[in-house]
Design a protein around this ligand. Structure first.
Ligand code: PHE
Length: 346
């Protein structure tokens, strides 16, 4: 029996030596060490031996089984290490290589300017009107009729307004003021909203004019709203947006949908009021139109002008951005040159 055990041992050692894979090792383990394995078969025969022999052969069998167990697990370890090493080798990275440049996008300066203006008005108690109150494709009804713009007003002329071929009276809006009508048709006073958006005009393009641009409309309707409220709100906006030191002025003006009307100018940032190309030599740039909502407009949407009054304003986002960042050409916003837009990161 001793010889038999020694034979099993030397066979097993050879097998282990020849093993090339983890699977081979598992097979060897099964063949020699499992319950049905060769060593166990021998152990079963122990009961027929004399007590002394049983002791000798039994402990030899145990010793062999321990040794085999140990060398199989050694080899397992070796295979495992090899596999790990080759994996590490394959996945090796050189941490000293320079990193890849991943360009990072950011919001367009007109978007960030709009966001800034919106949040200033939010801090003054205004909220943004729902999107459906501010469509870019409008009917003349909202863009002109309800805003008290007479049929023969030159602003309706194809020279200024883009007419579509969707239907005779469908236009690309020339102003965000139509949002006033949408809101007032859907909401009773008190009303305190702003409506940012894109507008279109058939202009000759130059450094100050583009055939589309952006406005932010504002409307405040309640009892006892006065021109003093209008000045108070707009002056406060200007103070927050430009800082206290920037000279501004209110100027008398006319809009069909406001009475009285005004425009607000801000001192030209390029020449500090001396007069240059950007401000056509005047030293001032207009940033908004405003006024007290005309009683005709209130009546049109079923709000009694004897009970309620209000003010409205419409400001140009491009103008406001140009005046804050000293941008001297409106076209820079639209030709997507990253050398321009990258200056407005963060
Ligand atoms: N809609 C006018 C414009 O585009 C601006 C404006 C808005 C004026 C509201 C008065 C009241 O020029």
């Amino acid at each position: 029996m001793k010889e038999q055990l020694e034979k099993i041992y030397s066979d097993a050692v050879m097998d282990i030596e020849k093993a090339l894979t983890v699977k081979d090792l598992e097979d060897i383990k099964f063949k020699y060490l499992s319950r049905k394995g060769e060593l166990n078969e021998i152990k079963k025969g122990l009961k027929d031996l004399s007590p002394d022999d049983k002791k000798v052969v039994g402990s030899l069998a145990n010793e062999i089984s321990n040794k085999l167990e140990a060398s199989i697990s050694d080899k397992f370890q070796k295979f495992y290490q090899q596999e790990l090493n080759s994996k590490l080798e394959k996945e090796k990275i050189d941490v000293t290589l320079p990193g890849k440049y991943v360009p990072q996008g950011h919001v367009h300066p007109l978007t960030s300017t709009t966001n800034e203006i919106v949040s200033i008005f939010q801090s003054l108690g205004f909220s943004v009107a729902p999107n459906e109150c501010s469509p870019e494709v409008e009917t003349e009804y909202f863009n002109f009729d309800m805003l008290n713009v007479p049929q023969d007003h030159p602003a309706r002329d194809v020279q200024d307004t883009f007419y579509t071929n969707i239907a005779k009276n469908v236009v690309l809006r020339s102003q965000t003021s139509g949002a006033q009508i949408h809101v007032m048709e859907n909401q009773k006073p008190p009303i305190r909203i702003i409506a940012p958006g894109r507008v279109y005009r058939n202009e000759n393009i130059n450094s100050r004019k583009n055939n589309f641009f952006h406005q932010i409309e504002g409307l405040y309707v309640d009892k006892d709203i006065t021109f003093g409220d209008l000045k108070g709100v707009l002056n406060e906006f200007i103070r927050i947006y430009f800082g206290a030191s920037r000279p501004t002025r209110f100027r008398n003006s006319f809009f069909p949908f406001t009475e009285p009307s005004a425009e607000v100018d801000v001192q030209c940032i390029m020449c500090e009021g001396k007069g240059c190309r950007t401000c056509s030599g005047t030293g001032w740039l207009e940033i908004l139109g405003a006024g007290m909502v005309d009683p005709n407009v209130l009546r049109g949407v079923g709000i009694d002008p004897d009970v309620y009054s209000g003010f409205a304003f419409g400001m140009g986002v491009e103008r406001l951005a140009m005046l804050k960042y000293a941008i001297d050409d409106i076209r820079l916003f639209f030709n997507n040159d990253v050398r321009f837009s990258e200056q407005f990161k963060g």
